[in-house]
Design a binder for this molecule. Structure first.
Ligand code: OXD
Ligand code: MN
Length: 582
């Protein structure tokens, strides 16, 4: 037996001894196996079949109502030295975390089947990909991992060939919010999750592996694991430029990744290609450019708000072979969520008769899981083992005020400061209050597997001789006017901003220099056919110097939270801008 297989088998045996399942099933990822998972879940009520005529092979999963989002307060990074996890993470001493988890796992799979799920994050033959194995007692997790990762026999073969893999152990336990933990042991390349079946807590390839553990690994190996979409923009000359963009959860990454160009742009020949909607692994290439892969193979997108108007590509991929979690259903058993323009809900996400006064039809964090290949804007560049070269990196948050529609960082160091000082309103993707503005550096606050001070230093380290780094930008689609209305139409019209971004990246567009970065002059943005009031555009592009003075002071306090781990160069950059504003 190859030694890697022996060590995998040994670990599986150890876990089985601890958790005491009735059976152990090694997943091969086949269609027959998936049919078995579905059959089991239909039998125990974990899945409900949706309308076969309108939505063939589509299923609805209703979570426990207490288990509908990520639980940041129960998510820990367990490093030997607490300072390595940093103030941006909850920390627990590794031995204590193991003791607590072992107690929870003891006998937890009695009466259940234990599934062993080998998976590969990234194209199966890419040197940039990394593998893991998730052990779980949830067939829902198996079915979702099959869509979200390259799961099964090919991944297992790669693990046997190459050795190292991330060990993930998951049990739904009793789905008790008081007996729930998501633990990360980056020094051991392992993850332990108990008590939740929700995506970000339970599909361990996603946030736990591809962001928290991978970001830690990436630091030691010289690459970046980021909470970013990857999109290709093809201009009328047929040139495609790739952009990676970080936004916090539920801030429109899926919509931006699948953007449909406005009418005039479509006529002129612009096209948009989707590489990924949530996670981006970036590696410096031999030519000095950064190359990006999407480690995922599917989308676990937020359903509410997704419609023909906001994301027709997503709607087109959701009418077959999809899993819906916590959406409502129509009287004829089609999935339904707020924002849909056709149909009407008969039952809400908990299966109760729909009553708008009691609950929305769909939970605000209701999700769909679907293969990336079903997206009409899918590009086989998503399978390129070398990844796609990036021309620009964008940071965006939900800011009702202050932050202009778009600004360009002066250079890489300034761009890293822009990313580090991102702030955004919280959303329903995590438990807790919604709409509270918090700092969310690079949209990685819930996902960086180590101290943000070290993370900022790692970002800065990419700026070295010979590097041809992408230009960095910040966007804000979410500015509101005095009446609380969004000032920018967003969605497809965001391509107007991306056009300026790419023209700046290739030296073809004008800008106004300000202390906080370069903004377009109103004439630099293509607003043809938009009908946007000139005064509103002016306001969207104006830098409020007084507001930014206060922002810079607050960013200074934030950077100080990471003490001497915050790189001096970042503090100096902030001080330089603050001085210019003064
Ligand atoms: C997600 C999230 O599910 O960020 O992608 O919460
Ligand atoms: Mn996300």
């Amino acid at each position: 037996m190859p030694s890697q297989l022996a060590s995998l088998k040994q670990w599986v045996d150890d876990v089985a001894r601890l958790t005491q399942p009735d059976q152990v099933h090694w997943c091969d990822g086949s269609d027959a196996e998936n049919a078995l998972m579905v059959e089991r879940m239909l039998a125990n009520g974990d899945l409900l079949k949706l309308n076969e005529q309108t939505h063939p092979n589509c299923y609805l999963h209703r979570s426990s109502p207490q288990d509908v989002a990520r639980v940041e307060h129960l998510t820990f990074v367990c490093t030997t030295n607490p300072a390595d996890a940093g103030p941006n993470n909850h920390w627990m001493e590794p031995a204590e975390a193991h003791a607590q988890m072992d107690a929870l796992y003891a006998g937890c799979m009695r009466g259940r089947t234990m599934y062993v799920v080998p998976y590969c994050m990234g194209p199966i033959d890419s040197p940039l990909s990394r593998c893991g194995v998730e052990i779980t007692d949830s067939p829902y997790v198996v079915a979702n991992m099959r869509i979200m990762t390259r799961m099964g026999a090919a991944a297992q073969a790669r693990i046997e060939r190459e050795g190292s893999f991330v060990k993930g152990l998951h049990s739904i336990g009793e789905l008790d919010p008081n007996r729930r933990f998501i633990m990360h042991f980056p020094e051991e390349l392992s993850i332990q999750s108990f008590g939740s079946g929700y995506g970000g807590n339970a599909l361990l390839g996603k946030k736990c592996h591809a962001l928290r553990i991978a970001s830690y690994q990436a630091r030691t190996e010289g690459w970046l694991a980021e909470h970013m979409l990857i999109v290709g923009i093809e201009n009328p000359k047929g040139e495609t430029h790739y952009v990676a963009a970080a936004f916090p959860s539920a801030c429109g990454k899926t919509n931006l990744a699948m953007l449909i160009p406005p009418e005039g742009y479509r006529r002129d020949g612009w096209k948009v290609w989707t590489v990924g909607d949530d996670i981006c692994w970036m590696h410096p290439g031999a030519d000095g450019r950064l190359y990006a892969i999407n480690p995922e193979a599917g989308y676990f997108g937020v359903a509410p708000g997704t419609s023909e108007k906001t994301n027709a590509n997503a709607m087109a991929m959701l009418n077959h072979d999809a899993i819906f979690t916590n959406v409502g259903v129509t009287a004829d058993n089609q999935p339904w969520w707020e924002g849909m323009t056709t149909g009407a809900p008969a039952q809400d996400w908990q299966g109760r008769p729909y009553d708008r006064a009691v609950s929305p039809a769909a939970h605000p964090n209701a999700r769909f899981t679907v293969s990336a290949k079903q997206c009409p804007s899918y590009t086989d560049k998503a399978e390129d083992p070398q990844g796609v070269p990036l021309s620009a990196i964008i940071f965006g948050g939900r800011r009702a005020s202050l932050v202009p529609l778009v600004l360009e960082a002066r250079d890489w160091t300034h761009g890293v400061l822009v990313g580090a000082s991102m702030a955004s309103e919280t959303t329903a993707a995590a438990t807790g209050a919604v709409g509270v503005v918090r700092r969310d550096s690079m949209a990685m606050k819930p996902f960086a597997g180590y101290n943000f001070g070290d993370y900022f230093a790692h970002w800065l380290s990419f700026d070295k001789p010979g590097a041809k780094l992408p230009k960095i930008f910040q966007v804000n689609w979410f500015r509101k006017d005095a009446d609380g209305k969004f000032m920018w139409p967003g969605f497809g019209d965001n391509l107007r901003v991306l056009e300026w971004v790419l023209k700046r990246a290739t030296g073809q567009a004008g800008a106004l220099e300000t202390p906080v970065g370069n903004v377009p002059n109103p004439a630099d943005l293509n607003t043809d056919g938009l009908g946007l009031d000139a005064a509103v555009l002016e306001q969207l592009l104006t830098v409020d110097r007084e507001g930014y003075k206060a922002e810079m002071a607050s960013i200074g306090e934030y950077l100080d939270e990471f003490g001497d781990r915050t790189p001096h160069a970042l503090k100096a950059e902030r001080a330089r801008i603050a001085a210019q504003l003064a």
